[in-house]
Design a protein around this ligand. Structure first.
Ligand SMILES: N[C@@H](CCC(=O)N[C@@H](CS)C(=O)NCC(=O)O)C(=O)O
Length: 112
């Protein structure tokens, strides 16, 4: 079954996932969740994303809902296709510099 991305087109979190999926050439179905209509607050939606936010993915029944974790999942699961080396090497300095940039982005630049 094709990977499903439940998100909102205006959400930068959703766009982040779509970008990584494109980079890794992973086919996916986009399922629109309209925040203006509170579609992320329905009981059915909350079963998959308990914070009532966009977004989440469904990959053959595997549900994941934190955007950066999803990016890591996609980059690692589809490591052998699309744009190579989205993740740093196993070298400890490269890894922590990646995490440093990621934490800075989360802490200091997060807007939607
Ligand atoms: N930490 C979450 C944040 C998701 C998030 O904040 N989504 C926003 C839209 S971009 C949202 O759904 N806001 C509506 C709400 O919180 O009710 C992630 O990275 O996936």
């Amino acid at each position: 079954m094709v990977l499903k991305l439940y998100g909102w087109h205006k959400s930068t979190y959703t766009q982040r996932i779509a970008m990584v999926l494109h980079k890794k050439q992973v086919p996916f179905e986009f399922v629109m969740v309209d925040l203006f209509k509170s579609e992320s607050k329905t009981p059915e939606y909350l079963e998959h994303q308990p914070f009532g936010q966009v977004l989440y993915i469904d990959n053959d029944g595997f549900i994941l809902y934190e955007s950066r974790a999803i990016c890591l999942y996609i980059a690692e699961k589809y490591a052998n296709q699309g744009t190579p080396n989205l993740l740093p090497t196993k070298d400890v300095k490269s890894r922590v510099m990646f995490e440093e940039a990621s934490f800075i982005e989360t802490s200091d630049f997060e807007v939607w």
